[in-house]
Design a protein around this ligand. Sequence first.
Ligand SMILES: *[C@@H]1O[C@H](CO)[C@@H](O)[C@H](O)[C@H]1NC(C)=O
Ligand SMILES: *[C@@H]1O[C@H](CO)[C@@H](O)[C@H](O)[C@H]1NC(C)=O
Ligand SMILES: *[C@@H]1O[C@H](CO)[C@@H](O)[C@H](O)[C@H]1NC(C)=O
Ligand SMILES: *[C@@H]1O[C@H](CO)[C@@H](O)[C@H](O)[C@H]1NC(C)=O
Ligand SMILES: *[C@@H]1O[C@H](CO)[C@@H](O)[C@H](O)[C@H]1NC(C)=O
Ligand SMILES: *[C@@H]1O[C@H](CO)[C@@H](O)[C@H](O)[C@H]1NC(C)=O
Ligand SMILES: *[C@@H]1O[C@H](CO)[C@@H](O)[C@H](O)[C@H]1NC(C)=O
Length: 282
Amino acid sequence: MLQIILLLLPAVVSDQWSVCYPPSICAARGSNVTINCTFTYPPENDIKQVLWCSMRSNNGKCHYQPYVYDSEANNSQSFQYIGDKTSDCSLLISNINQAHSGEYRFRFITNKKDGRWTGDPGVNISVHDLRVSMCRSRENGSTIPGDSLILTCTLNCSGSLAEVQWFKNGDPIQQSEPVLTFSRITAEDSGNYSCSLRNFKTTVSEEFSIYIEDVAGSPTVLIIVVSLFSLVFITAAVMLIRSKSCLVNQAYTNLPEAKDVQQEDEVEYSSVNIKPKEMLQM
Ligand SMILES: *[C@@H]1O[C@H](CO)[C@@H](O)[C@H](O)[C@H]1NC(C)=O
Ligand SMILES: *[C@@H]1O[C@H](CO)[C@@H](O)[C@H](O)[C@H]1NC(C)=O
Ligand SMILES: *[C@@H]1O[C@H](CO)[C@@H](O)[C@H](O)[C@H]1NC(C)=O
Ligand SMILES: *[C@@H]1O[C@H](CO)[C@@H](O)[C@H](O)[C@H]1NC(C)=O
Ligand SMILES: *[C@@H]1O[C@H](CO)[C@@H](O)[C@H](O)[C@H]1NC(C)=O
Ligand SMILES: *[C@@H]1O[C@H](CO)[C@@H](O)[C@H](O)[C@H]1NC(C)=O
Ligand SMILES: *[C@@H]1O[C@H](CO)[C@@H](O)[C@H](O)[C@H]1NC(C)=O
């Protein structure tokens, strides 16, 4: 019986002083991140001071300054305490960036002697840039019209993203899926693509450039065009050789005809009535 009580006792005691954090947090640079947090302590205590420290700047155990948030000091605008002095210790980090990556711990101090507690270990936050990655049907060489191509908006430390906003040359496009599919790409799809989280335009990724050569410039089309031209050329050449003698005559008769038209114009201007018959004799 006594053994059971002794086994239970430590659990009860540590339950009284505790800080509960979420599992590690993956954040997109430029977003606002909430660390949802709760804390408990023995009932006879009243909370006097609440503190948050970053283990990046606080090399100790969070017992001393610097703090990213201190309820008894002026704090950076990036860190807002959205909790209270009873059980909610949530912290909001706005416009987060890579320099905010690291471990964070919550500390609280009560009105009782030795009434102080730090939640150790804390919560890890890793901050990454959103990125556009590409997957395409053609392995080698440049993408040509008709190929399929997929752009994906990714955050290195996270699984698939929920709602995103895509941009083409900086202008928003109607697509909230993190995957942008071009089943048959065209030259008009060329452009600089980027993405951001739906509600945080500040998380916008670097631009990803897609260049699709115009139809006439694409190798397949080029080959067809070149082949067609060759065919016409060869045919023309063959015909030219076969009808060489004929052609001389034709050229002779064609020449006056051409002059005919010219002369007819002159006829109108000068109002002299000259018959085409005379012209043909020239
Ligand atoms: C924190 O809690 C709020 C509401 O309680 C919820 O909307 C939000 O998604 C939570 N954040 C995380 C990172 O779990
Ligand atoms: C906070 O800032 C105000 C004015 O900016 C100043 O009067 C006050 O002393 C500061 N408080 C602390 C704890 O630094
Ligand atoms: C992010 O937090 C800042 C500071 O609290 C606030 O001004 C801004 O509106 C927030 N952005 C969003 C999208 O909630
Ligand atoms: C946070 O990350 C550091 C370094 O990667 C690791 O040593 C530590 O155990 C992590 N802490 C938590 C609470 O996950
Ligand atoms: C792509 O090129 C690499 C080397 O340049 C070659 O090993 C590979 O077989 C090519 N793949 C295709 C599908 O042509
Ligand atoms: C993404 O993570 C991998 C390893 O997980 C790393 O090698 C790479 O540099 C990271 N990329 C970015 C952009 O953070
Ligand atoms: C895309 O970006 C490149 C370099 O970043 C720039 O030279 C090009 O003009 C951009 N294209 C468009 C259509 O904005």
